[in-house]
Design a protein around this ligand. Sequence first.
Ligand SMILES: [Fe+2]
Length: 342
Amino acid sequence: MVQLRSSQSMSLIERNHLAFQLTSISVRELLFVTDLPCDVYGIKDGVFELVLKRRSYINKEVIKGLIQAGRFELFINHGERQKLITYHQDNLRKLTRSLSVGDPLEKGKKVLNLLTINMEYLYKDPTNDETLNLQYQSAKNLSAFLAANVDLHEPLYKSSIQMKHHFIFAQPLLSSLFLLGVLKMSHLFNAKDIESLFITSYFKDIGMSAIPTEKYDQMEISDEEKKLLSRHAMHSVNILQGRIQLGPQYLTIIENHHSFSLLAKDLDYFSPAGSKGEVVAGFETALVCVMDVIAAMISGRPFRPASNLFDSLELVKALIAEQYPQEFKLIVTYFKNFFFKK
Ligand SMILES: [Fe+2]
């Protein structure tokens, strides 16, 4: 049962003191928590109040209740932040080792959500080896799971979109899901290649962690932030090099993963300075790039609505069809099957 404590039962000093100790969390961080490791606070009329007590059992109804009550802003004690992170990471570790057991769709949904939650922890602390290793191992196991369960891609994609995770953390998984589907459909890549390209795609934007997440919601960012963003591909390589098992050819793909997106207007500042018009590193790089462009365009952002699939394919046509006509047809066929399957 949800335990509530009225704000009146706390003194003003107690409440003010609390504000200095609290750190915000997303309501999605309460997903899959069956034994809450810390107290959770909400804010009402500018006053903090306890909304979930430590050891609470949380299910969908509890989360629904919080959302319906407009409690989107939740807080925990700063000193207890690590307890919640450890709880989710232990959960992800167990889940990722048992993906083949139980209902595959439910398992898939859960691992997608926990990976996305852990991606946020990783972006906030990209030099943390334990968090990176867990994310790498989980993404690797997910890659094998997705390769063996192609029929689950569409329901998993839809369920991930519905969760409304922040796009910075959700986008890598969505674009990598598309990538894996196209690679499988092409019959040109063996299982190891598919796994490596999935990992490459999944971690390619980790360099974007150089800028606080909330900056990505803004229409305008400063020139300094634009510069940081334009260097994010190289920054990703610097973060990953020597820390995850990825050959140099895959790091080269990460380094060049925006070479093909130079015409994408809203991705313009992601292009490395001085590289306009250059196309680097072959079809795999093009594929990683255009899957990212499509996944980004067909989902909305705080600063722009979603485009339709047709418009995103038109852009991809302009980017790669001349150089890779057969591969472009493959991409079109893949997305037609994905979204308009009868
Ligand atoms: Fe990128």
